[in-house]
Design a protein around this ligand. Structure first.
Ligand code: SF4
Length: 365
């Protein structure tokens, strides 16, 4: 088989056992990898009625079909499980650098079942795997947990939860690369329910595509088109998704005042201008791209807020919407610190902003 490893790893946390499963080629042809393969496996294995935070829920960490190749936008990661937030299908897509490292470690995906007796992390290095004690890690925030794992394998990538995940908060996210989040669906709580603090992967395997020349030619053509249309790409490179922030707060795209307000009336042009992409970009110290992505829409920022200095990933549209319009806030110091705290602790930014907006409304009424 080309383009994939052809196998996934099952980890049975309660028994501390592993199983490698070969996936037939026709399944890859039908479902590709990532989300599709996740749907296939969860649908095959889960009968319905499972408690999302119980031992029978399956947490899948999925690499993607283009992971590991120089395909722009193709380096992302997918996490799947039954969602404790909705009681039905849950998935969260994530940037960063974990996906290609997982694929190069020898597995297209990892599926976790059961609940470990003690906190653990999974370590995979070039096809060899083990469950390791995470007692020292339990209670640490996501940045510290990532630091800890990367000290063990400096060239590896780590996927971790913070304390909200350990406590099974339904708004907990799964983090990598110090601020890239698989945030939606409450999947951090699923990981925490399994007492799985992190996953450390290191992979040096190079997976042969079916036709490397054709792949290289196609990527070259994409790059030529990209360069020809650089004016379209430029706002994303400069501002990321915050390119949309001010307009979205005024045109009805962003929820305002816990979904009850109207942007132009309740938030206003002056406030929208304060949280625009150009304002946020003033703190940018360098560009950031997920693995293998030449668009590189991300940014690292440094900002001296009145709460202290922040250095990390730039605010994105979701954060500005959740902490901005939804809560009628246009104070960039406060928003930047809220964003930083969510990333550090491992909280989904959208859901956290929504919970605060709901609390504000409860307080007011
Ligand atoms: S750098 Fe931006 S465009 Fe590229 S994969 Fe990451 S989020 Fe997507």
């Amino acid at each position: 088989m080309f383009g994939v490893n052809g196998k996934v790893l099952w980890v049975y946390l309660d028994e501390r056992k592993f199983k490698e499963e070969q996936i037939p080629e026709e399944i890859y042809r039908k479902y590709l990898t990532g989300y599709g393969l996740g749907v296939y496996i969860l649908n095959r294995e889960m009968k319905g009625g499972e408690d999302p935070l119980g031992p029978d829920n399956i947490l899948g960490v999925m690499s993607g079909i283009f992971n590991g190749y120089p395909v722009p936008l193709g380096g992302r990661l997918e996490v799947v499980a039954k969602s404790p937030a909705t009681g039905t299908w849950g998935d969260a897509n994530c940037g960063g650098k974990f996906g290609p490292e997982l694929k190069n470690s020898g597995f297209d995906a990892i599926f976790f079942k059961g609940i470990s007796r003690e906190p653990v992390y999974l370590k995979i290095v070039d096809g060899k795997y083990s469950l390791e004690d995470a007692g020292e890690l339990w209670g640490k925030d996501a940045y510290k947990a990532e630091d800890y794992l990367k000290r063990i394998e400096p060239k590896g990538q780590a996927l971790v939860i913070g304390v909200p995940g350990e406590r099974k908060l339904l708004i907990a996210s799964i983090m990598n690369d110090y601020g890239r989040a698989a945030g939606r669906s409450g999947l951090g709580a699923v990981m925490g329910s399994k007492k799985l603090k992190g996953i450390l992967v290191r992979g040096t395997k190079k997976i042969e595509p079916f036709d490397r020349n054709l792949l290289n030619e196609t990527v070259k053509e994409i790059q030529i088109q990209f360069n020809k249309n650089i004016d379209l790409a430029r706002p994303w490179q400069l501002y990321g998704t915050t390119a949309l922030t001010d307009a979205a707060h005024l045109n009805g795209d962003t929820p305002i005042k816990n979904w009850k307000g109207v942007g132009l009336i309740d938030f206003g042009e002056e406030n929208a201008a304060k949280i625009s992409g150009t304002e946020i970009a003033k703190d940018k110290i360098r560009s950031y791209g997920c693995a293998q992505c030449t668009l590189a829409c991300g940014g690292h920022v440094k900002r001296n807020t009145r709460y202290g200095q922040i250095e990390g990933h730039r605010l994105e549209y979701e954060g500005t919407g959740a902490f901005g319009g939804l809560n009628l806030v246009s104070d960039l110091d406060a928003m930047a610190m809220a964003f930083e705290l969510c990333n550090r602790e491992g909280l989904d930014i959208i859901s956290t902003g929504a919970v605060i907006a709901f609390a504000n409304e409860c307080f007011e009424n």
